[in-house]
Design a binder for this molecule. Sequence first.
Ligand SMILES: Cc1cc2nc3c(=O)[nH]c(=O)nc-3n(C[C@H](O)[C@H](O)[C@H](O)COP(=O)(O)O)c2cc1C
Length: 145
Amino acid sequence: MAHITPPFSIIVGSMLGATEYVADAIKAKCDELGYAAEVYFQPQLCEIDRNTTWVICTSTHGAGDLPDNIQPFHDDLTNTTLSNTYYVIGLGDSSYDTYCGGAETMHKTMQQCGASALAQPKLIDVLQHPIPEDIAVDWFAEQLA
Ligand SMILES: Cc1cc2nc3c(=O)[nH]c(=O)nc-3n(C[C@H](O)[C@H](O)[C@H](O)COP(=O)(O)O)c2cc1C
């Protein structure tokens, strides 16, 4: 069983901004709990410490696709070996057949890289949860408890 290893790197995939609010709220929770955390709104693999626990927060766009800002980061990962731990928090809309496909893609790729999931991805349906950051933070706090 993998263990939580702060500090956290909060990695954001967002087109319209909703997932940025989630990332900000996770960062605020880390601050409150005294955990060091850094948010990457334009993630680049070379800039992110691979010894941190990654909290990947991403929405889904197109037809199950990753947001444009996180796609290059994802593509760089495909040739990378990792040994860190991570969480995935996905925002999506359950009216799409490709519900939270972007989050599922990030989870699959992280596993292929050798990273260890600390939990199954937390998928948040924005149709049911108009304030997704509240759900995300409650879940994240539970993980750390
Ligand atoms: C053009 C478009 C395509 C979308 N495609 C999907 C999809 O394939 N699967 C899904 O679960 N959600 C999809 N969504 C819903 C978004 O993931 C959801 O609105 C999310 O909250 C957007 O977060 P963001 O503002 O961080 O980008 C789509 C939204 C838009 C506007």
